[in-house]
Design a protein around this ligand. Sequence first.
Ligand SMILES: Cc1cc2nc3c(=O)[nH]c(=O)nc-3n(C[C@H](O)[C@H](O)[C@H](O)COP(=O)(O)O)c2cc1C
Length: 217
Amino acid sequence: MDKSVLYDLSYGLYVIGTEANGIPTGCIVNTVFQLTSEPLTIAVSLNHNNYTTECIQNKREFTVSVLTEKTEASLIGGFGFQSGRDSYKYENVEYKQIINQLPVLTEQAAGWMSCSVDQIIDVGTHVLFVAHVLDAERISKDEPMTYDYYRNVIKGKAPANAPTYHPEDDEDTGIDSYECDICKYVYEGDVYSLPDNWVCPICGADKSHFKRKQNNS
Ligand SMILES: Cc1cc2nc3c(=O)[nH]c(=O)nc-3n(C[C@H](O)[C@H](O)[C@H](O)COP(=O)(O)O)c2cc1C
């Protein structure tokens, strides 16, 4: 089987937002799609291990903020490579809380929708949330970010929790990634081709602290 055919499927990129104990939280997904227009229903696939999954199972409501090509990589890094279990994801992000304290991005997004869960379908490693759309607002006319743009222009990858993750991704694309041995920040690309005075944007460590990430592990 040639699994690379699956790379030809098209997706967007989104922040799923929800709330637990009054604290907004959420994560990056590429797996939102519209199921029906009447009633207006969407689905999203979330990994069982994601904190966001646990929170939505309890709250049964979430939001979808549609990222754009202008969305900063640091936002995707914060929401897509860290867990709300041990980080406050909305700290440096412009957002507002709408009805029922649900968070939506107010910048770096084309728009948002709020959703109420109708069905929760266990699909093995992931949970499929089927939900109807309660409300939606456009924020900007910026071009929505596609998963293809994220991979090929921003040179971003998806972690193992993403349904579209494939261990052989790195071999196929030739994208290196280096991990800081102090704060675990991952630089996507060849850190040793950067200027000598480059430091980790999270903890300030110099390049000698960056080790090539082992793939397929
Ligand atoms: C480009 C990209 C796409 C992703 N797509 C999904 C997805 O569709 N479903 C999913 O469960 N996780 C996806 N992830 C991974 C989650 O965002 C990631 O595991 C996050 O750290 C979970 O945070 P949480 O524990 O706070 O929920 C994606 C990450 C990236 C960077």
